[in-house]
Design a protein around this ligand. Structure first.
Ligand code: SF4
Length: 355
């Protein structure tokens, strides 16, 4: 079938459902893909796409950023980070501001760069900011294991790693009402499709693991609509060229070896049980959270006008925020959802800003 045929089918099934249908794209990459390709504008009127908590930068809370900034100000220390984190506002500052004041903060494309720098500069402490979902965790776990095995004593990770399925469970126990989940493609390359089984079994909500090309999304949406029309709730894989039901066992093994599950806070959502990953005791010598136990940090606070939390939970849209496109914009972000390229507010600002 051509993509035109799939679009026709989406419209056909949707019109047969005869009620509003809400599908949540859990991952920020889906949000951006749907906007950038114009997919949203051709969807049937009764079909609404909601963005979920799948932007790692957006869900990282202020106290983590405050700690990263405080660490970066310590002597003989370099903080290495993925680029998206640089401009995220913490309680009083940002990594970008700290860097302008002289802190050694390096943007890297891979944690391996940070590890290599640590190995070539044994006199400096190198702290990598471990932020992200299951997609990025295996590579970061590998660097910790490698530093442990090669006695690279000056390499540390400040872990704020998060696990996606517990966040979906937390959303379902809250106010949100969704008819289906467009499940994240790259997270599922690692974890597979099984971790979503509880959603179809316990909540009778269909899930489709979907790729990121616009054509993938059209087919994923069609598969979800077909399940809704048939009153089925199953976990299906549209992105079968990359995702197996059991995921990637090697990547899962290294995550389990280096990290253990812990309760963790998601920005605007609160603490979700067993949704984070802490570094295991065996590798504690590389845990940046234990490196500076007495740092003075500001009491974490969000801008009271920012509603990132409700947007991440899918219960409000960026248009509902009074600061959207008034005082908050990508060049002057107030909240994390406006910073990352995958943030919902940034995507609405770029592709669907209302004048
Ligand atoms: S527009 Fe800005 S202030 Fe409003 S929710 Fe989004 S990030 Fe927060």
């Amino acid at each position: 079938m051509s993509i035109k045929d799939h679009i026709k089918k989406v419209k056909e099934i949707s019109s047969g459902i005869k009620r509003p249908v809400k599908l949540m794209e859990v991952c920020g990459t889906h949000t951006v893909s749907a906007f950038r390709s114009g997919l949203r504008s051709i969807l049937p009127e009764n079909l609404l796409l909601l963005s979920g908590p799948g932007c790692p930068v957006c869900v990282t809370p202020n106290d983590y950023l405050d700690m990263a900034i405080a660490i970066a100000k310590q002597p003989d220390t370099r903080v290495a980070t993925f680029g998206d984190m640089i401009r995220v506002p913490g309680t009083e500052s940002s990594l970008e501001y700290a860097r302008a004041q002289g802190a050694d903060i390096q943007v890297v494309y891979s944690p391996l760069e940070a590890l290599k720098y640590a190995q070539s500069n044994p006199g400096r402490k190198v702290v990598f900011l471990g932020v992200g979902f299951e997609t990025t965790t295996p590579a970061i776990a590998w660097t910790i294991k490698n530093a442990f095995e090669k006695s690279t004593a000056n390499y540390y990770v400040l872990s704020a790693h998060k696990i996606v399925p517990p966040a979906m469970a937390a959303l379902l126990q809250g106010e949100i009402k969704v008819d289906g989940f467009i499940c994240p493609g790259h997270v599922s390359v690692i974890i597979g499709a099984r971790p979503y089984d509880f959603i179809s079994r316990d909540y009778h909500i269909p899930c489709v693991v979907t790729g990121f090309e616009p054509s993938d999304m059209v087919v994923g949406i069609e598969m979800l609509l077909q399940q809704i029309a048939d009153e089925r709730a199953e976990v299906e894989i549209q992105y079968s060229r990359s995702v197996k039901r059991e995921g990637n066992p090697e990547a899962q093994a290294i995550i389990r070896e280096v990290f253990e599950e812990c309760d963790t806070e998601w920005r605007g959502i609160g603490v979700i049980p067993q949704s984070g990953l802490a570094i295991r005791e065996k590798f504690a010598a590389h845990d940046a959270a234990l490196l500076y136990p007495a740092l003075e940090l500001p009491a974490p606070a969000e801008n009271p006008g920012c509603i990132c939390g409700e947007i991440l939970k899918g219960i409000k849209l960026p248009y509902d925020c009074k600061l959207f496109n008034t005082v908050c914009s990508p060049s002057s972000p107030v909240g994390a959802c406006m910073v990352s390229g995958e943030g919902t507010c940034a995507a609405y600002f770029k592709y669907a800003k209302r004048s």
